[in-house]
Design a protein around this ligand. Structure first.
Ligand SMILES: NC(=O)C1=CN([C@@H]2O[C@H](COP(=O)(O)OP(=O)(O)OC[C@H]3O[C@@H](n4cnc5c(N)ncnc54)[C@H](OP(=O)(O)O)[C@@H]3O)[C@@H](O)[C@H]2O)C=CC1
Ligand SMILES: Nc1nc(=O)c2c([nH]1)NC[C@@H]1CN(c3ccc(C(=O)N[C@@H](CCC(=O)O)C(=O)O)cc3)C=[N+]21
Length: 322
């Protein structure tokens, strides 16, 4: 049987409808969510992402601003921009695009974020809440991975809760933005979680870990890193990588490919996600969903605003119950 290709665009459309109704509800209460991005330099994947969230914010009727800084920007320039956005009441949520230039310290920039506007949960307080399983915001990329997995598991007739508890989730990549929070979300579901990074690879021991995966989440940023020799028969593989490469069809164009060697992994997988059209489109929508949540929580017009998560949180953001 051929592998199922999980359609991230269709799932993103479904999620978008829910975010639209949240934004409409806010609008009826006189609140308009505002997203601000901070984009330093010229990274290709960051540019692709910035364009997409700009467009989506427009479609959803959210405010949007992108603070552009040159590659030569100093840390103080970035901190000043974050300070300005913190103070701007029109801005509900802030996304600092990665990568930042080396001279700009990521932790310093993240510490500067107003925690209530930190929709990617990179401020130490929000990252800590997430690691403790009590997230204020679930960051969009790992949230997108599990949203897609949860939906796929349901659509294929399984109970996700039961499935994770008896499954091994292997995460390749350990960044603070993607890999580590994905590990936290795996823990929160009661899965057995294995985390690998470049050290595992250099030690020649990546394959022995990835073949154990029932669910494999790959976020290394290395085009085609994982082929069929890295996976077990029947794996569910989620490709986070967004890697610009020269179009093999020629024409001097650049295309985006993932970290999976798609055709190869498809020979053994039960299901897998493509690039483009997999995790990416859901990430975009999730970012705006968090922006809407930030707008709600910071508005005095909505009763029951929550500065901190009070109930057992929906670690996947609350949409898995459908
Ligand atoms: N689809 C989407 O929605 C999104 C896609 N992305 C994409 O996902 C990818 C990862 O992003 P991000 O986490 O921010 O990237 P980072 O570069 O910050 O982190 C990459 C991680 O992968 C590890 N790694 C690198 N090479 C290997 C290897 N050969 N084997 C195993 N592990 C390896 C690194 O290890 P070490 O730390 O030890 O170097 C690091 O932990 C990128 O392609 C990015 O563009 C990112 C966000 C959203
Ligand atoms: N702080 C931070 N958080 C990020 O999440 C982050 C970042 N920095 N820096 C850059 C990377 C890259 N990234 C993408 C997300 C979705 C698509 C996406 O939706 N792509 C479409 C295709 C795009 C196209 O084909 O042009 C898809 O996969 O179908 C792309 C790129 C988020 N990133």
């Amino acid at each position: 049987m051929g592998a199922r290709v999980i359609d991230g665009r269709a799932l993103a459309e479904e999620l978008k409808l829910r975010v639209i109704s949240e934004v409409e509800e806010l609008a009826a209460g006189g609140v308009r969510p505002g997203l601000a991005t901070v984009f330093v330099g010229e990274d290709y994947a960051a540019r692709a992402y910035e364009r997409r969230v700009r467009k989506l914010a427009g479609e959803l009727g959210c405010r949007y601003t992108c603070e552009r800084l040159p590659e030569e920007a100093e840390e103080a320039d970035v901190l000043a921009v974050v300070g300005k956005l913190n103070a701007d009441p029109r801005v509900s949520g802030i996304l600092v695009l990665r990568p930042l230039p080396e001279r700009v310290s990521e932790p310093a920039v993240y510490r500067m974020l107003d925690p209530l506007k930190d929709i990617e949960a990179v401020h130490p307080v929000n990252a800590g809440l997430l690691a403790l399983g009590r997230p204020r915001y679930v960051p969009s990329t790992p949230a997108a991975c599990f949203y897609l997995l949860d939906r796929y598991l349901k659509l294929s007739g399984r109970d996700p809760e039961e499935y994770y508890r008896s499954s091994t989730v292997v995460v390749v990549g350990r960044s603070n933005n993607v890999g580590k929070p994905a590990v936290s979300l795996g823990f929160a579901r009661g899965a057995t979680v294995i985390s690998c990074d470049v050290n595992t690879y250099r030690a020649g021991r990546l394959r022995e870990q990835t073949v154990r995966a029932d669910v494999l989440i790959v976020a290394a940023g290395v085009a085609g890193l994982i082929d069929e020799s890295y996976v077990r028969e029947g794996v569910i593989a989620v490709d986070v990588g967004i890697n610009p490469v020269a179009d093999p069809e020629g024409g001097g164009r650049t295309i985006l490919v993932g970290d999976l060697d798609f055709q190869s992994v498809a020979r053994k997988a039960e299901a897998l996600t493509p690039v483009p059209g997999g995790v990416g489109p859901i990430t975009d929508v999730w970012l705006l969903k968090n922006t809407a949540a930030a707008a709600r929580w910071s508005s005095s017009r909505f009763p029951g605003r929550r500065w901190l998560p009070v109930a057992a949180p929906a670690i996947s953001g609350g949409y898995e119950e459908q």
